[in-house]
Ligand binder design. Sequence first.
Ligand SMILES: *Cc1c(COP(=O)(O)O)cnc(C)c1O
Ligand code: SF4
Length: 350
Amino acid sequence: MNVVKPIKSVDDLVMAGLAAPVDRAALEEVAARYAIALTPVVTRLIDRADPDDPIARQFVPDAAELTVAPEERADPIGDHAHSPVEGIVHRYPDRVLLKAVHVCPVYCRFCFRREMVGPQGLGTLDAAAMEAAFDYIRSHQEIWEVILTGGDPLVLSPRRLREIMEALAGIAHVKIVRFHTRVPVVDPEKIDVALMSALKASGKTVYIALHANHARELTAEARAACARLIDAGIAMISQSVLLKGVNDDPEVLAELMKAFVEIRVKPYYLHHPDLAPGTSHFRLTIEEGQRIVAALRGRISGLCQPTYILDIPGGHGKAVVSGSTVRATGDGCYSVSDYRGGEHSYPPAD
Ligand SMILES: *Cc1c(COP(=O)(O)O)cnc(C)c1O
Ligand code: SF4
């Protein structure tokens, strides 16, 4: 078998047979705006015989990204307005994002921070900026949880991760450290003893939120990497984006959520796609999303139910968009719909 190399450019894509030479010019234009990267694991997962392959759709650039819809914006969830110091986003009182790095092992074509990540993005916080970020966390007693995101924090070396965990270990009011990452799926070999020991910090509970959008991403190697993390005492939750042409189907989504539960990763959030530039080909309507998510109820175990979330543009935080099943009918009475669509009054009339 050929050695599969990391893909980082349009030339690499053409050479790997993942892009047609006739599309080169348009894709170069995409590449000038948004970073490209596929790890060998992801490249091997792509079914080249399928023009609608859900893995390719997530990572292989498309000329459709050049079309920017009027409602789209560079900072779709309004991180900037809530950033008191470089690398920190403090929107909710009890938790902050710590964006130590703006590099990822893969670049998702629908990324909500696509204007900030990549080789031309915001880069990695230097030592002084890191210290200022820790000072901010130290001086805000209300911060109970630090969420490392970016970029993908697990691209950092075990040495850098250990430094971060040691700094956080010294802050008594921080109890939870959460990482948002794709690494266990896209580069599972990176989850080794050195990395796992770096993630330990005395007195802190570590959570990893795994980003995956299709059950096929959860290969035997990815499952083994998650098992190593969980066996090392790290709790895992999932994070997915509801994407047209990838997982906008109750069957496909059910398979993904069941696969998470089977590997001890508790389904957490299913995000409605954000208004990132050049991503309209991935977006469905909220109504379509609600219909898909409602179809999971009853069909699969309660363990498998994610919360369907919309990040309100402008920095107003997250809102639950799962359709409501309860409607007030007056006089303290309600109509409640069951998972088959049947209506029941509460309290019961008889
Ligand atoms: C999404 C987000 C969080 C995490 O929210 P949870 O609901 O706790 O997962 C925290 N801070 C910011 C700024 C966020 O955007
Ligand atoms: S891994 Fe996350 S931050 Fe990186 S490109 Fe994908 S969605 Fe964006």
